[in-house]
Design a protein around this ligand. Structure first.
Ligand SMILES: Cc1ncc(C[n+]2csc(CCOP(=O)(O)OP(=O)(O)O)c2C)c(N)n1
Ligand code: SF4
Ligand SMILES: [Mg+2]
Length: 351
């Protein structure tokens, strides 16, 4: 793989965040993806979200599988931890890393091929276990890296670049995430940075399994007439149910909202989400209704985007397992090897 170095020079007037970092400090290598690929816009939104949240880059761990989408962690957060794993195996590697050190922010970056085919089982179990992470699928309906075969998320009846019709039913990862118990579920579009950036920020601050399905057109293999993942198609059929403003715990709510138009949702860390309802009757706290709404809208040919579900009192895997707060590599010998008496006590309790 080739890496293109970026010039080190920073313009002195670049805006800085509370840590004194500029956007440049959150960037990675120059992208080697096709010009115009939706995935690059998602990288840009991730950079923006981490800059705006004043995240120290060393607190982030990026994990991915295989695919053009899974290559993208090289192109953002170059000063963070990263692990490019095996095709479809990102969720288990992320789960292991998270169990070993809960102090990091985990970004799992995957593709529709990576998560809906070879990695479908891994996707399912990471979400049902409530691993504290942001799981992003950069969904283009094809295997971009291997030259554009239909993926399992491609709609039945949609056409490939060569005109072949897809006869298989599509897997809707959002519907699956809802059914599997993810506590934060959203869909967005790589071409809508205004919607995507606050969703990423909210997902990062969410405690538990946050799933983000981002429609991300592949300009090389799936951006033609007959595709349901092209820029034109998604723009025409995008139906946002709400718009999100992310407000950190420190900042008072200064925006003046019309009464009834906005719901304020508090998160564990004190941050707040101001949810502006576009579809007035859509309730993002009702898992079952969300599932129904999605399926009805899909049948009507609409692509529903926005914050689709959020659980107010979410929990994560560490709470379920009652694990120790300290990262495992920081535990001393006395903690790890508490002696024969303690071992006898444990053995006795199991007899
Ligand atoms: C075990 C294994 N099987 C198959 C492949 C071939 N392969 C590489 S990437 C890919 C699919 C990528 O599709 P997706 O996850 O949607 O990413 P995109 O390139 O579309 O972003 C496949 C099948 C592989 N690398 N490893
Ligand atoms: S092949 Fe498609 S998914 Fe891969 S970089 Fe090019 S446009 Fe993006
Ligand atoms: Mg893909």
């Amino acid at each position: 793989m080739t890496y293109i170095a970026k010039p080190k020079f920073h313009h002195p007037s670049l805006p800085k965040n509370a840590l004194g970092y500029t956007h440049r400090d959150y960037e990675g290598s120059v992208s080697t993806l096709c010009a115009g690929c939706g995935h690059d816009s998602i990288s840009a939104a991730l950079i923006e979200a981490c800059f705006e949240l004043d995240i120290e880059p060393h607190r982030v761990a990026k994990l991915s599988g295989i695919g053009c989408s899974s290559k993208t962690p090289t192109y953002f957060l170059g000063n963070s931890h990263g692990f490019n794993s095996v095709h479809g195996r990102m969720p288990s590697v992320l789960t292991g890393a998270n169990l070993a050190n809960r102090e990091l922010i985990y970004l799992g970056v995957s593709g529709d091929g990576d998560s809906a085919s070879i990695g479908l089982g891994q996707f399912a179990h990471a979400l049902r276990r409530g691993v504290n992470m942001v799981y992003i699928v950069e969904n283009n309906g094809v295997y971009g890296l291997t030259k554009g075969q239909f993926s399992a998320t491609a709609d039945r009846g949609s056409k490939s670049k060569r005109g072949v019709t897809n006869a298989d039913s599509a897997i809707d990862l959002v519907a699956m995430a809802l059914q599997l118990g993810a506590t934060f579920v959203a869909r967005s579009f790589s071409g809508d940075k205004e919607q995507l950036t606050p969703l990423i920020k909210a997902a990062i601050e969410h405690e538990g399994a946050a799933f983000l399905d981002v429609i991300s057109p592949c300009v090389a293999f799936n951006n033609h007439a007959g595709s349901t993942r092209s820029f034109d198609y998604v723009r025409e059929h995008n139906m946002a149910v709400n718009r999100l403003d992310f407000i950190t715990g420190r900042a008072p709510i200064t925006v003046d909202y019309a009464p009834g138009a906005v719901e304020i949702i508090e998160q564990h860390d004190g941050s707040k989400l101001a949810l502006r309802k576009v579809a007035p009757h859509y309730d993002p706290h009702d898992r079952l209704k969300a599932l129904n709404y999605l399926q009805e809208s899909a049948a009507a040919g609409e692509i529903v985007t926005g914050l689709l579900y959020v659980e107010r009192d979410s929990e994560d895997l560490h709470e379920h397992l009652d694990t120790v707060e300290t990262p495992l590599n920081a535990l001393g010998e006395n903690d790890l090897c508490p002696g024969a008496q303690v071992l006898d006590k444990i053995n006795d309790s199991l007899r």
